[in-house]
Design a protein around this ligand. Structure first.
Ligand SMILES: Cc1ncc(COP(=O)(O)O)c(C=O)c1O
Length: 471
C-alpha cells in the first residue's frame, strides 16, 4: 500500500511519514505504523496528531479508519484524546521497562571540569539577546525580497557598509565595502586564502593556536615558526616566505602588542618582497589600560589582509567574520567562494549589519570591556594576595592572561590544576611543533578569565591559586 507524507495544515505542525503495509486491512496497517512511530521515538510524547479528516485525505483512507486506529492506540495508552486539544502522543506512551532499557544503553553524561579557565570563549551568558533580537526583527522587516534569493559571495552590502564604517572608526582600518568579503569566521578566511590565493609557505608566530596551524597543514600549507619576544614577533627573522600571519594588536597567546618599529618593519618587508601580512585581529576591541592599538592594515591596505570575526566580541557560534582585502585579492577570493554565498546566512548578516549600524555593537563591546576588565583586575588582585611570587603578563588586553611559572613546573602545575577540577592550558600547548629550542618561551599558564559565570569565578580563582607552585 501507499507511503504518504502527511503535512496537515491544521495541527500536527510537523511532517509525518507513515508506511501503510503488512498484513490486515488499512486500519491495522495504520495502527501498526503509528504504534511503530511512537515506540521508535519518531513521534515524541506530547506531539499532536493530525485531525481524522486531514490524515484520511492524505493517506487516501476513510475517516473512520483513522478514527478507529486512534481509538485503539488511546485504549493502549499510547495516545490521549482530549476535547479541545485533539489527539496527542501520551506523555508516557511506552511501558516503563522499555524506557529503562533505552536509558541503560545511553552513554553516561560526560562530566566537564568544575572550573573552566581555558582561553577562547567569551562570557556566553552575556550574549546581548534583547538587542540582537531587536536587530534581527528590524533586519527581517527591512530586507528586500531579493535578499532571500541566492546570496552574494562578497556578503550582504548592508553588512559590508556597516563594517567599513565601524572598522575605520574603531580599528583604524582603511577600506571601503568593495574590499570586504564576509566569511564565517577567521578559520574560514584561512581556508579561503590558502592555498588558492596565497601559495607557498606561511610564516607564523612560534606560539599560536594549534587548530589554525593544523587547518593550514591539512590544506597543504607549510607553516614556518617565527620567534617571539616581549615586543612581539621578530619580523626581522622573516626569510624566504611571501606571507606572514601575525596577531599584532595582542599576540596570541603571550599577550603583548607588536612593537611600532616592528609594525613598520613588517610592512616594509611586504613591500620589498611583494609579500603580504595577514592580520588576525581576533580581540582588538578588548584593550584596557592603554590607547587601543590600531589595525596594522591602516599602515598599508595593499600589503595587509585584515581578518576579524565576532567570535570574541559576541559569540563563536554565530560564525560570522570578515576579510578586508588588498584590491588584487578581491576577485580571487570571490572566485574561491563560488557563484553564491554558501556559508554565512543572510539573516545573521543583516542582523549584524543592523547591530553594528545601530550602535548596539559599540554598546555591547563597551559593556563587555568593563566586565572583562573587572575579571582581569580580580585575577591580578587574587594572585597578588595569594600567590605574589607568580608574575602575570599579557594583561593589557584580551580575555586571557599568562602566568609565568618557575622553569620546569608547567606540566606539573597543569596536572595539579586538573586534579582540582580546573581546565586550563600551559603555554606548551600553543608552541609550533617545529619551533627550535631557542624559540621556546619560559614556562607559563594561559588563563582565560571570560568563561566562568560571574558567581563561579571566585571559586575558580581559589582553585587556581591552590594549584600554583609554592614560592
Ligand atoms: C588567535 C585567534 N584567532 C582567531 C580567532 C577567531 O576564530 P573564528 O573567527 O574562526 O572563530 C580566535 C578565537 O576566537 C583566536 O583565538
Amino acid at each position: 500500500m501507499a507511503d504518504s507524507w502527511v503535512d496537515p495544515a491544521e495541527g500536527l505542525g510537523a511532517d509525518l511519514h507513515l508506511e501503510l503495509s503488512g498484513p490486515g486491512g488499512r486500519r491495522a496497517a495504520l495502527t501498526r505504523a503509528l504504534r511503530e512511530a511512537i515506540s521508535g521515538g519518531r513521534l515524541a510524547p506530547g506531539t499532536r496528531l493530525p485531525p481524522y479528516r486531514s490524515l484520511a485525505a492524505d493517506l487516501g483512507v476513510a475517516r473512520n479508519t483513522v478514527a478507529d486506529a486512534y481509538a485503539e492506540l488511546v485504549a493502549e495508552g499510547r495516545l490521549t484524546a482530549r476535547q479541545g486539544s485533539g489527539t496527542r502522543v501520551a506523555e508516557r506512551a511506552e511501558p516503563l521497562e522499555v524506557r529503562g532499557r533505552v536509558s541503560e544503553k545511553a552513554p553516561p553524561r560526560a562530566r566537564g571540569p568544575r572550573h573552566d579557565l581555558r582561553q577562547g570563549t567569551p562570557d556566553v551568558s552575556a550574549f546581548p539577546r534583547a538587542a540582537w533580537l531587536a536587530s534581527y526583527r528590524r533586519a527581517l522587516r527591512r530586507a528586500p525580497h531579493k535578499a532571500f534569493g541566492p546570496g552574494d559571495p562578497a556578503g550582504r552590502i548592508e553588512l559590508r557598509e556597516a563594517l567599513a564604517e565601524y572598522l575605520a572608526r574603531a580599528r583604524g582600518v582603511r577600506t571601503e565595502p568593495g574590499r570586504i568579503v564576509i566569511c564565517s569566521g577567521f578559520a574560514h578566511a584561512l581556508r579561503l586564502l590558502f592555498p588558492a590565493v596565497l601559495r607557498g609557505p606561511l610564516a607564523v608566530e612560534s606560539y599560536g593556536l594549534a587548530f589554525h596551524r593544523e587547518l593550514l597543514t591539512a590544506a597543504g600549507v607549510r607553516t614556518v615558526p617565527l620567534a617571539l619576544d616581549e615586543d612581539g614577533a621578530q619580523v626581522g627573522g622573516l626569510a624566504g616566505e611571501r606571507a606572514v600571519l601575525l596577531t599584532p594588536a595582542h599576540q596570541f597567546p603571550t599577550g603583548g602588542p607588536l612593537h611600532p618599529v616592528r609594525r613598520a618593519a613588517v610592512v616594509d618587508w611586504a613591500r620589498a618582497r611583494g609579500g603580504v601580512v595577514l592580520e588576525d585581529d581576533y580581540d582588538g576591541e578588548f584593550r584596557y589600560d592603554r590607547k587601543p592599538v590600531g589595525a596594522l592594515q591602516g599602515l598599508d591596505p595593499e600589503r595587509v589582509v585584515h581578518l576579524g570575526s565576532v567570535s570574541k566580541s559576541l559569540s563563536p557560534a554565530l560564525r560570522l567574520g570578515w576579510m578586508v582585502l588588498p584590491e588584487r585579492y578581491v576577485d580571487e577570493v570571490l572566485a574561491v567562494k563560488g557563484a553564491r554565498e554558501a556559508w554565512a546566512g543572510v539573516l545573521d548578516q543583516l542582523a549584524l549589519a543592523d547591530f553594528v549600524g545601530s550602535g548596539s555593537y559599540d554598546r555591547h563591546v563597551r559593556r563587555m570591556r568593563q566586565r572583562y576588565r573587572g575579571r582581569r583586575d580580580r585575577l591580578v588582585g587574587t594572585l597578588a594576595a595569594h600567590a605574589p611570587h607568580v608574575e602575570v603578563t599579557g594583561i593589557a588586553a584580551g580575555l586571557h592572561a599568562v602566568l609565568r611559572l618557575p622553569p620546569g613546573s608547567e606540566s606539573s602545575t597543569v596536572e595539579a590544576a586538573v586534579r582540582r577540577g580546573l581546565a586550563l592550558d600551559g603555554l606548551a600547548e600553543f608552541r609550533h611543533p617545529e619551533a627550535p629550542e631557542a624559540m621556546t618561551a619560559p614556562d607559563g599558564l594561559v588563563v582565560g578569565y571570560a568563561t566562568p559565570s560571574e558567581h563561579a569565578y571566585g571559586a575558580a580563582l581559589e582553585a587556581l591559586c591552590a594549584a600554583l607552585p609554592p614560592p
